[in-house]
Design a binder for this molecule. Structure first.
Ligand code: EPZ
Length: 426
């Protein structure tokens, strides 16, 4: 297993290009199942999760053509997906267990073919992550759902019928699965308490380009008029706001100045507010934003919430930053039940953090010291890299396969801004 070796203490300075959003690209690829025509997606990031989704769709009979490299000024890849013949409707366990987002093929496949057999994703490091809300809502659209031998068996022999759905908690994947299924259901579907994440809105806009009729995009109530069929489209994936936020924190924690391009400051408005409150200068540019920290960092309180609140996917990164701020910070995680695995590893680097239930008290320390640390999940891993950039001495991050799922060329992007960071191949 590869490792990442960092020699910390160097302020970052330079420019980092931001790629297309992983958490938009995954549902967008699944949306290709909704039509027999070709859906072309631009600005896709080169990530392990994207390859896993492509592998799953190919297993289902989707024809995929990829072209790499820079095209039309985007840094990402373009994929053309054609699901003219969905040969198989089973998403097998060995693929789903590697990537929970595979469950996003459930709604589109059921709506398009009337049948879907998807392995239950199982839990992951940050929590049990059930999909019960997806299933209950699909049953409201008329699906017959059974759980057999670890698989979700979903049938809709007479097709799906629109319904009024109210999610008891905001679920990004649940909203995406239902929105996709509803585009081919008979009549109107209303989704109340819908997720408003930019990735959900990006999916809605792509579905509209495919001929779907969706109102309320960006609000917590989506209204979808079902169609007989959808046609192909071209769509550019929205920039990755979590990658944007991660490198903004990298600039702040090293006391450097970094310009992020190919993104938009308004995608991370709540995070920007927290960074500015902590003493970080953030300036919007016409192609992204510039982040700079020269003075003292102040501790600020943070509570994760569904969008537009503070993103849970930025909680670990913010905790790394707060561990070297002056004063204390209370960080509360309201979305997932076990998303503090980065705490013991940050403490091994000298951070002073105490977890009480869903909240962590972070008391800023003068500085961190490098250490060998263990990555446990995608965002916890990157918080250890951020801490290593600021720490004195060497930090060796193990199990970096977690990082490769969500960060494209992380060490190259950071090294280009002066970080002393390298991948150690095992
Ligand atoms: C998406 O996961 C993202 N993944 C996650 O990003 C992100 O952390 C999460 O949304 C919250 O923003 C992708 O988009 C591929 P949820 P998702 O359904 O859809 C509970 C990353 O690091 N819930 O919004 O799985 C659930 O347990 C990843 O890129 C149910 O109880 O998240 C959680 O507590 C990590 N039943 C809460 O809702 C359900 O049926 C929010 O989950 C569904 C969810």
């Amino acid at each position: 297993m590869d490792q990442i070796l960092i020699r910390g203490g160097r302020p970052l300075s330079g420019t980092i290009p931001i790629g297309g959003a992983k958490n938009a690209a995954l549902p967008l690829m699944a949306a290709g199942l909704l039509t027999a025509n070709t859906l072309t997606l631009h600005n896709l990031p080169h990530l392990a999760d994207i390859s896993s989704m492509a592998h799953l769709l190919a297993e289902l009979g989707v024809e995929i053509h990829m072209n790499g490299g820079v095209e039309n000024g985007h840094t990402g890849r373009a994929f053309s997906l054609c699901a003219a013949n969905v040969a198989d409707t089973t998403a097998p366990y060995d693929l789903v267990r590697k990537m929970r987002a595979s469950v996003l093929v459930l709604g589109p496949m059921l709506a398009r073919t009337g049948h879907a057999r998807v392995s239950l994703p199982g839990g992951c490091a940050i929590g049990t992550r059930p999909v019960d809300l997806h299933l209950k809502a699909l049953e409201q659209l008329g699906a017959e759902i059974e759980l057999k031998e670890g698989y979700i068996e979903a049938r809709a022999p007479k097709g799906l019928t629109g319904a009024s759905i109210l999610f008891p908690v905001v679920t990004v994947g649940g909203t995406e699965n239902l929105m996709m299924a509803a585009t081919l259901a008979r009549g109107e579907t209303v989704i109340a308490n819908a997720a408003r994440e930019p990735e959900v809105s990006d999916l809605a806009r792509c579905l509209q380009a495919m001929g779907a009729e969706i109102d309320g995009v960006g609000t917590d109530t989506l209204r979808i008029q079902g169609r007989e069929s959808l046609h192909g489209a071209d769509h550019v994936v929205v920039p990755d706001r979590i990658e944007t936020g991660t490198y903004a924190v990298a600039a702040a924690i090293t006391g450097g100045t970094v310009t992020l391009t190919g993104t938009r400051a308004e995608l991370i408005e709540t995070l920007v507010n927290s960074l500015q409150e902590a003493g970080v200068a953030v300036t919007a540019t016409n192609d992204g934003l510039t982040v700079s920290r020269t003075g003292t960092l102040r501790g600020v309180d943070v509570m994760t919430e569904p969008y537009p609140g503070f993103p849970t996917d930025m909680q670990a990164q913010m905790m790394a930053l707060m561990s070297v701020a002056e004063g204390a910070s209370m960080i509360t995680e309201t979305i997932f039940e076990n998303r503090f695995m980065h705490v013991p590893e940050l403490c091994r680097m000298g951070a002073d953090i105490n977890v009480h239930g869903r909240s962590a008290i972070v008391r800023g320390v003068g500085g961190l010291s490098g250490a060998p640390v263990m990555a446990t999940d995608l965002r916890a891993s990157v918080s250890l890299v951020l801490a290593g950039l600021a720490a004195r001495g060497e930090t060796l991050v193990n199990r970096v396969y977690h990082l490769d799922r969500g960060y494209e060329r992380l060490e190259a992007k950071l090294a280009a801004c002066g970080a002393d960071i390298e991948r150690v191949r095992q």
